[in-house]
Design a protein around this ligand. Structure first.
Ligand code: NAD
Length: 469
């Protein structure tokens, strides 16, 4: 049974639950569910370690981040294997994106923190300056779609800012976090600085409610974000939320059509559409609408299906395929489930799917599906396209495909989203702010914005008396 990692030690506790391989549905491991006692033990371990960790100079904590990055490099193949076992991701993607981004997260935040100046303001005879102190114990709660990438994206800046953490990975994907626990132990990270507990949402709820947890950083669904907000409201704990999306892509007639089709194939179908940044609403200018739709549908049929994370999530995605039909959609590609003639037939696959013909106000076009599926809508004018894209309860990401420089800037600046790409998608500089508007989240992480969330400033003001003449 997979053990929790508390105070630097493996801890076996809790009722076992199974984790399934999404490729085949087979049970691949048993994991202990963190109960109130396990959660309390983990938070206490983090609290005990907090003072000494916070007292280290930032350069030393940055050094620890670099050592953890080296540890990840040493265990690279084990992390790749664990991530693939839990998620069914393709080998190439896991080797080139998921695990390398984990390494990059530790290296980038080591540099950003080590080189960050404090602020100072001078008025005549008055000096004000700020120092930043860590929050204390941070709960890190992450989803299953990019388990290692998203865990390290929050863990690295939280640690370098001087916090200790209790991490709860998704119940579907504990494997890479378990390898990371071994990396922390092997590196000799002081006990209690990183604690990892496993379990379902109820374990996450216990964690965020614990009175000694000072702040919550969460990536996951909007519904869970709201539940966490309610749970921490009485104690007014700071929260950073990266939530759902219903992201638009705008394809203008002046685009490079080949590049736009390939870009949208990536943005719709990467990771089986299970990336918060994936495109689910595509708006295409009328003169190229027919051709674009045909080419996208043809390419969708060539995409190798990736499994959904669970039987339950597969059912959810399929229910949206049925909903599209019942709402009167025309299905351009997919719409069902693939058949492989091997053990994958008991896995959690759905067809890559393209539909059209639904209203902007249909549930299909308003709710996050989180699968390999998009809806294509024609538009006539630039301002109509902007209005369509902005007509959403979410505001995470958008992509624009155009050959016009003026149009690219004009449209990008009017889109109500935290991230806008032009003629590309998913390119990230870790120093830039990341996050979304409305139901897509609260706050921004990335670069110094992460450090701002994981610390509190104190402003110190000194009045200097003038010497007697
Ligand atoms: P989820 O909200 O179901 O679960 C996320 C995590 O929260 C899991 O670890 C889960 O166990 C835990 N959890 C569930 N209920 C809880 C509660 N009441 N209190 C505390 N913790 C609780 O999300 P998911 O299905 O794992 O992930 C998919 C969602 O994540 C999608 O909506 C997707 O858009 C979103 N996501 C957003 C981003 C982003 O950066 N904005 C990135 C990746 C995924």
């Amino acid at each position: 049974m997979l053990t929790h990692f508390i105070g630097g030690e493996p801890v076996t506790a809790g009722t076992a639950f199974p984790v399934h391989d999404p490729m085949t549905g087979a049970v691949i491991r048993q994991v202990g569910e963190a109960d109130p006692e396990v959660v309390d033990r983990a938070v206490r371990a983090a609290r005990e370690a907090a003072r000494d960790w916070a007292a280290l100079p930032v350069a030393e904590r940055a050094g620890w981040l670099r050592r953890l990055a080296e540890g990840i490099e040493e265990r690279f193949d084990d992390l790749v294997a664990a991530e693939i076992a839990d998620t069914g991701k393709p080998l190439d993607q896991t080797r080139t994106l998921d695990i390398p981004r984990g390494i990059a997260n530790f290296r980038a935040f080591a540099e950003i923190a080590a080189h960050r100046p404090d602020e100072a303001f001078h008025l005549s005879g008055v000096l004000s300056y700020t120092v930043r102190r860590p929050l204390g114990v941070v709960a890190v709660i992450v989803p299953w779609n990019l388990p290692f990438l998203l865990m390290t994206w929050k863990l690295a800046p939280a640690l370098v800012a001087g916090n200790t953490v209790v991490v709860k990975p998704s119940e579907h994907t504990p494997g890479s976090a378990a390898v990371f626990a071994e990396i922390c132990a092997a590196a000799g990270l002081p006990p209690g600085v990183v604690n990892i507990i496993y379990g379902h949402g109820s374990a996450g709820q216990l964690l965020v409610e614990h009175p000694w947890v000072d702040a919550v950083t969460f990536t996951g669904s909007t519904r869970t974000g709201s539940a966490i907000m309610r749970a921490v409201a009485d104690r007014v704990k700071p929260v950073s939320f990266e939530l759902g999306g219903k992201n638009a892509a705008l394809v203008f007639e002046d685009c490079d059509l080949e590049r736009a089709v390939e870009g949208c194939v990536r943005s719709v179908f990467t990771n089986g559409g299970q990336v918060c940044l994936c495109t689910e609403r595509l708006y295409v200018q009328r003169p190229i609408f027919e051709e674009f739709g045909e080419r996208l549908a043809a390419r969708a049929q060539e995409v190798v299906p990736q499994p959904m994370i669970s039987a339950e999530h597969r059912e959810k995605v399929l229910s949206y395929y049925a909903l599209a039909r019942s709402e009167g959609a025309k299905v351009l590609a997919g719409g069902g489930t693939p058949s492989f003639g091997d053990q994958r037939d008991s896995g959690y696959f759905v067809d890559p799917t393209v539909v059209t013909g639904l209203s902007e106000w249909s549930r299909f076009n308003r709710e996050e599906i989180f699968g390999p599926v998009c809806h294509v809508t024609p538009f006539d004018t630039e301002s109509e396209a902007i209005d369509l894209a902005n007509n959403s309860d979410y505001g995470l990401a958008a992509a624009i495909w155009t050959g016009g420089l003026d149009r690219a800037h004009r449209v990008a600046q009017r889109l109500e989203a935290g991230l806008v790409w032009v003629n590309t998608w998913y390119l990230r500089d870790l120093r830039t702010p990341f996050g979304g508007l409305r139901l897509s989240g609260i706050g921004r992480e990335g670069g110094t914005q992460s450090l701002d969330f994981y610390s509190e400033p104190t402003t110190i003001t000194i009045k200097m008396e003038q010497p007697d003449a």
